[in-house]
Design a protein around this ligand. Structure first.
Ligand SMILES: [Zn+2]
Length: 131
């Protein structure tokens, strides 16, 4: 199991080549690793960072209810899909509730976001020893 600093460093290094191929995926890799890492299910560097942005912390606070290192927070692809579904669900809800529709949800950029988040989540899982 890697330390929080190792997780942070790995995602920063990975984001460089990912960002060269796709800037959105690179930024998403950074955000996915430094703010929304699988360790948002416990007291960790990402949670300490999220607390600096109270609305973001509140938005992601349900992840604190998961057992640390559960499949919902740590298993690759599944944890990424859950986070993406959470974001897109609320964007769709707000879009429909405010009459703006699903414009924010039906954008192809979400594929790049998913790839960036997936890369950071897979790296995290590998460094944790593939639990
Ligand atoms: Zn972890």
């Amino acid at each position: 199991m890697a330390s929080g600093n190792t997780h942070d460093s790995s995602v920063i290094v990975a984001a460089i080549p990912v960002g060269i191929v796709s800037p959105i995926a690179g930024i998403s890799c950074l955000v996915g690793g430094l703010l929304l890492s699988p360790d948002i299910d416990c007291k960790s560097n990402p949670v300490r960072r999220l607390k600096k942005f109270p609305p973001l912390y509140w938005f992601w606070s349900p992840w604190q209810r998961f057992k640390h290192r559960s499949m919902w927070t740590h298993f690759p692809i599944l944890c990424t899909a859950l986070k993406l579904t959470w974001v897109l669900f609320w964007l769709a809800f707000v879009g429909i509730a405010t009459g703006h529709g699903l414009g924010w949800v039906l954008r192809s950029e979400w594929v790049s976001v998913a790839i960036g988040w997936a890369i950071s989540d897979i790296l995290h899982w590998l460094l944790d020893g593939c639990p």
